[in-house]
Design a protein around this ligand. Structure first.
Ligand code: SF4
Length: 392
């Protein structure tokens, strides 16, 4: 166990760029948007475990591990890139699977995220990841949460196999387009290696019956971008994100703010501001859950979001301040444009209106509307709220 601990500890210290399963919303503060899973913490048993929030909102302790930190590729930002001098760690598939099962049995983890450096090509690396997952599910009958990474170069049948074993699968696009990817990771191929497998995942979900093995539905998919290393704009990142939400039903885009690693080609480049990450998350939720289009977002001339203002508030300040939303008549899509009102609150307002009119601040508070944020953009029975008058 001591040797295992040391292996996980060494891996974890370099896996900070890999973000998995967290929750944020346009209504959340900065501290909530920085992924719990991005900041390794140590559990009571002293194993390097991250806390992750699953798509259903449940928080679980998650082991984030690579099958190997050896890699033959040369991504400019990555601590695992070939030729970098540090101690590489490799697990045998059964060794890693057994460690996950043991940690689960001890109550230390409830899930695992498995990725790998590329050693011997993407296809062979994917096979080893699949073998690990198969051992977990078939030999050890592991029922816990499993997120599997799809390797660049994996084949269609391997993607199906991964989807049959995992609760979530992901492929990191890294950059928003070919040009940016080339600057980040010269050996990765944007369309063939990264975008196409994301399309396969959606095609599989659309055309094959749901897998009936470990659970009754196909897994969700995510991707990740490295932000701030090669001059890409927020507009570039959010345009491809919007496309992914619409065309391949991506579950979630992650934005991993670049932070320089010594002894890499990008070691002298500045780190990305956490505020940029935060605004990108807020904007991506507006695209996914709030009915916003990319054109609605308040980009500046360089195609970046303002760091100092919440993008939803910025939109409302230019569009709603002179045309506030009437709370008793507005449709859900209009309510979702009001700062402070998210999908659950909008639904609660519409449900409540079937039985009663909303007449005052107390009614709004009962429905979960944060008065301070929403009042300037609302009318109640045709009148502005007293609260709002005090604000102005
Ligand atoms: S493929 Fe690139 S990003 Fe992935 S481990 Fe290797 S060097 Fe790092």
């Amino acid at each position: 166990m001591v040797e295992l601990f040391e292996k996980f500890r060494l891996l974890q210290s370099e896996m900070r760029l890999e973000v998995v399963e967290d929750v944020s919303s346009p209504e959340s503060s900065l501290s909530h948007s920085i992924s719990d899973a991005n900041a390794p913490s140590f559990c009571s048993a002293d194993f390097p475990i991250s806390t992750a929030t699953l798509p259903n909102g449940k928080k679980i302790p998650l082991l984030k591990s690579l099958l190997t930190s050896a890699c033959e590729r040369n991504c400019h930002y990555c601590p695992f890139r070939t030729g970098r001098d540090f101690r590489r760690i490799t697990f045998k598939p059964d060794e890693l699977a057994k460690a996950i099962v043991d940690l689960t049995a001890k109550g230390i983890i409830q899930g695992a995220f498995l990725s790998s450096g590329i050693a011997g090509g993407g296809l062979r690396t994917q096979d080893r990841l699949l073998t690990t997952a198969e051992i977990l599910r078939k030999k050890y009958h592991y029922q816990g949460y499993l997120h599997l990474k799809i390797m660049p170069g994996a084949e269609y049948d391997q993607v199906i196999a991964a989807m049959q074993l995992a609760d979530r699968v992901s492929i990191n696009l890294e950059g928003p387009n070919t040009q940016r990817l080339q600057a980040l990771a010269p050996q990765k191929i944007f369309f063939d290696e990264l975008l196409e497998p994301l399309r396969w995942i959606e095609r599989i979900r659309q055309t094959l019956p749901p897998w009936q093995g470990w659970k009754s539905r196909w897994p969700s998919s995510t991707t990740q971008f490295v932000v701030g290393a090669v001059g890409e704009s927020d507009l570039e990142l959010l345009s491809v994100t919007a496309w992914l939400y619409q065309k391949v039903r991506l579950g979630r885009a992650y934005f991993s703010g670049f932070s320089p690693t010594p002894d890499t080609p990008f070691e002298d480049r500045p780190a990305c501001s956490p505020w940029r990450e935060h605004r990108l998350y807020q904007a991506s939720f507006l695209l996914r859950d709030y009915g916003f289009d990319v054109e609605d977002l308040p980009f500046n001339r360089e195609g970046n979001l303002p760091l100092e203002t919440d993008p939803k508030l910025a939109w409302a300040q230019t569009h709603l301040i002179h045309m506030p939303v009437e709370i008793n008549r507005a449709e859900i899509k209009e309510l979702l444009r009001v700062p402070g009102i998210g999908p659950k609150t909008a639904q609660a307002i519409v449900s409540s209106r079937r039985n009663h009119r909303i007449n005052n601040e107390e009614d709004l508070k009962r429905l979960g509307v944060p008065i301070n944020r929403a009042a300037p953009f609302l009318l109640v029975n045709g009148r502005r709220l007293q609260h709002q008058l005090r604000l102005w």
